[in-house]
Design a protein around this ligand. Structure first.
Ligand SMILES: Cc1cc2nc3c(=O)[nH]c(=O)nc-3n(C[C@H](O)[C@H](O)[C@H](O)COP(=O)(O)OP(=O)(O)OC[C@H]3O[C@@H](n4cnc5c(N)ncnc54)[C@H](O)[C@@H]3O)c2cc1C
Length: 337
């Protein structure tokens, strides 16, 4: 195969990550900006599903907007391995090179994307938080934070195809699933030879303790330095419990050792997009806002009326969180009553 590859069409592919045969949110989210890009540029929105017994993932990709789905379903793809997944995607791209390929900036995507870009000798913009079209060239404008988040860099990939990018989970919102949608399903029976995989998966050990699924959460209640110490998270947890929410935090609280890093929201934590985000004792530094300003509704509780968090909040309470949170929690519990 000669490099650089030439795009065979204007299609945009979205890699759909699977887990136990089901689509993970990050891929389904990317179908949403993918649809906008093909609407303005032409081409089809194509999902690529690689896994084992992954019919359900294929259905989800169609319901969330794919026009066409490439499916590689084989036991060798049951668990992610860099070698098998890279080889699978490379041979698909070589057959039908699209203009653009999107992956999630998840652990898997951060491993697979660069490997793929290396093999295909094309460019990759990692960790994007915004996608658009560069008006002058018609290329994808990949935007991502740079220099510690102090500026946003927009990167183009002018000469090589496909243009590849990974996008942070939670930045884009999934569209509502439409089970009545149909799409062209193209099964590809390429199965990477299992004996050639040099890394063997010996065992899967489930993480013990509290699972912190900030990216999939519909409601998040977060605490910052204003909670004053580890015990200050108790009223935050109580409200989260009443609302069925996941507990988040600012970096200041994590750095102070009050709560584990898995809870951190922001530029160096998770990017989240819940329906409701409640920020308690968080000032609203730019690096925190970078991770949560896409939330549908933002509520903040802060005793400083000039704190920047109020500028992004839909509802704000100027007050002491230790007085406000118990009242709120009580109201929520009573309303459920
Ligand atoms: C490269 C880089 C990456 C970063 N990444 C992240 C990141 O991912 N996430 C992140 O959060 N930060 C990040 N930061 C840090 C960020 O700049 C801020 O320092 C941090 O977000 C501040 O956290 P905070 O709002 O909890 O604390 P503060 O800024 O100290 O704010 C505490 C707030 O609590 C209020 N308060 C105090 N007591 C009470 C009370 N009793 N009731 C109500 N309100 C009260 C105060 O008025 C104040 O507004 C990063 C910084 C850098 C340089």
């Amino acid at each position: 195969m000669g490099f650089p590859l030439e795009a065979k069409n204007k299609d945009l592919w979205v890699f759909i990550e699977t887990l136990n045969g089901k689509a993970r949110n990050v891929g389904l989210e990317l179908l949403n900006p993918g649809r906008e890009l093909v609407t303005s540029q032409g081409g089809q929105l194509v999902a690529v599903v690689i896994g084992h017994n992954c019919d359900e993932a294929v259905k989800s990709a169609v319901a969330h907007g794919a026009d066409k789905v490439y499916v590689m379903d084989a036991p060798v793809y049951d668990h992610y391995t860099t070698e098998a997944y890279t080889a699978a995607l490379v041979q698909l791209v070589e057959k039908d090179c699209p203009t653009t390929l999107l992956l999630g900036a998840s652990h898997l995507g951060r491993d697979l994307g660069p490997r793929l870009a290396g093999r295909l000798r094309t460019g990759l913009t990692a960790d994007c938080t915004e996608l658009g079209i560069d008006e002058a060239t018609g290329l994808i404008a990949w935007t991502r934070p740079a220099f510690g988040g102090n500026l946003m860099a927009t990167i183009l990939c002018p000469n090589h195809r496909p243009q590849i990018g990974t996008c942070r989970p939670g930045v884009f919102k999934k569209t509502e699933a439409d089970a009545s949608r149909t799409a062209e399903i193209v099964k590809d029976d390429y199965a990477f030879p299992a004996e050639q995989i040099r890394v063997k998966l010996l065992e899967v050990i489930k993480e013990e303790g509290e699972k912190v699924d900030l990216e999939g959460a519909e409601i998040i209640v977060s605490g910052g330095r204003g909670v004053g110490g580890p015990e200050g998270f108790e009223p935050v947890r109580a409200l989260a419990h009443a609302l069925g929410a996941v507990v988040g935090s600012s970096r200041a609280a994590v750095d102070a050792g009050w709560i584990p890093h898995a809870h951190q929201v922001g530029q160096t934590g998770k990017t989240v997009g819940p329906k409701l985000y409640v920020a308690c004792g968080i000032s609203g530094a730019i690096q925190h806002l970078a991770g949560m300003s896409g939330s549908d509704t933002i509520v903040c509780i802060n005793k400083d009326a000039d704190a920047p968090i109020f500028s992004v909040a839909d509802f704000g309470v100027v007050g002491n969180l230790f007085e406000v949170l118990p009242v709120l929690t009580d109201l929520v519990n009573k309303s459920k009553g």
